[in-house]
Ligand binder design. Structure first.
Ligand code: IPM
Ligand code: MN
Length: 357
């Protein structure tokens, strides 16, 4: 057990973000007591309200503050009075890029008692992980306009792929697949090599080369469009998927709905390098219409806290939360949809605490 204090920055954010963050922190407090570790949470008021008041998204010195932490917990961003894109780019994407969180890890796991839209499928069929590259591709912000606002307007949005960027992601995904050690032990590259003949050719060649260092891991390849079909038809065929940033964004929302929706889906933005700081978040948005009503589902945020602990030196505590969540979804909650859980937000948090054992 790590004896040093776990230093966390919490950005509860907008809308229902603070409500779900409160439940995640409730679980942190409970497992810290059980497992006997100390932690420290610095709560940051970054998000839409602060931006509207001050015009600042990440305040001066904010990045250095985060660099001094062991992990970041992000509730949700998105404010009805702030134009779409500003907070997403200015906070979420900026942190991913500037902290070089080059892995976006998205487990797609159907928990007991949780409804999936796939007929006849249960928890044993839906349990895979998407490793999404998190710093390149169409997300890099390279491009521009020509003759903007005229009938001759040209817009260019470029996808950038680097050897370093795809290799570190692919290597991490191989290591992860090896460690996960499922009976399938298969890493599937998802891309579009038949059309993106430069960028995804780089991914393809790199994948083949890195695979030589992992003879114990089976490899597979899907075009992204086919992957969308297989995720629905044969989700049980997947173990670990590695993919590019843009495709990863799309297929992880498909994965999110297969596992029961935004109420349960969580993700990690990892900088696995020495001294890197990673960020953990529920996948859903800020759902402003539910703010302050105690109806939003905190399970995704609680799952994100479990991931935070697992990746910050407290895997036993993370696993403890995972098991408690499965017990609560399996035996207590009526639904994972906001307002239909059979309990309020705080009560679901209390149920998970009670199930920790
Ligand atoms: C996600 C989100 C973000 C993304 C948005 C909010 C910029 O959809 O984490 O998947 O596209 O990466
Ligand atoms: Mn997304």
């Amino acid at each position: 057990m790590a004896s040093k204090t776990l230093k966390i920055a919490a950005i509860p954010g907008d809308g229902t973000g603070p409500e779900v963050t409160a439940e995640a922190l409730k679980l942190l407090a409970a497992v810290a007591k059980i497992d006997g570790f100390t932690y420290d949470v610095e709560v940051l008021d970054w998000g839409g309200d602060r931006y509207l008041k001050t015009g600042e998204i990440i305040p001066e010195g904010g990045l250095d503050l985060l660099r001094g932490k062991d992990a970041i917990f992000l509730g949700a961003i998105g404010h009805p009075q702030v134009a779409p894109g500003i907070l997403e780019k200015g906070l979420l994407l900026d942190l991913r890029f500037k902290l070089d969180q080059y892995i976006n890890l998205r487990p797609v796991k159907l928990l007991p008692g949780v409804e999936t839209p796939l007929a006849g499928r249960g928890p044993k069929d839906i349990d895979f992980v998407v490793v999404r590259e998190n710093t390149e591709d169409l997300y890099c912000g390279v491009g521009g306009y020509l003759k903007k606002g005229t009938p001759d307007e040209v817009a260019v949005q470029q996808a950038v792929y680097t050897r370093k960027g795809c290799e570190r992601c692919i290597r991490w995904a191989f290591d992860y697949t090896r460690q996960r050690n499922s009976p399938k032990k298969t890493l599937t590259l998802v891309a579009k090599t038949n059309v993106l003949t430069y960028g995804h050719d780089l991914w393809w060649r790199t994948f083949q080369e890195v695979a030589k260092d992992y003879p114990d891991v089976k490899t597979d390849y899907n075009h992204v469009d086919a992957c969308c079909m297989w995720m629905v038809k044969n989700p049980d065929a997947y173990d670990v998927i590695v993919t590019t940033n843009m495709f990863g964004d799309i297929i992880t929302d498909l994965g999110g709905i297969l596992q029961g929706g935004m109420g349960v889906a969580a993700g990690a933005n990892l900088n696995p390098d020495q001294g890197g700081v990673s960020m953990f978040e529920p996948m859903g948005g800020s759902a402003p219409k539910y703010t302050g009503q105690n109806v939003i589902n905190p399970i995704a945020a609680i799952n994100a806290m479990a991931m935070l602990l697992e990746h910050s030196g407290h895997p036993v505590s993370g696993g403890r939360i995972d098991r408690a969540v499965a017990q609560v979804t399996g035996t207590k909650m009526k639904s994972q949809a906001a307002g239909r859980m059979g309990y309020g937000t705080r009560e679901v948090g209390d149920l998970v605490v009670a199930a920790l054992g």
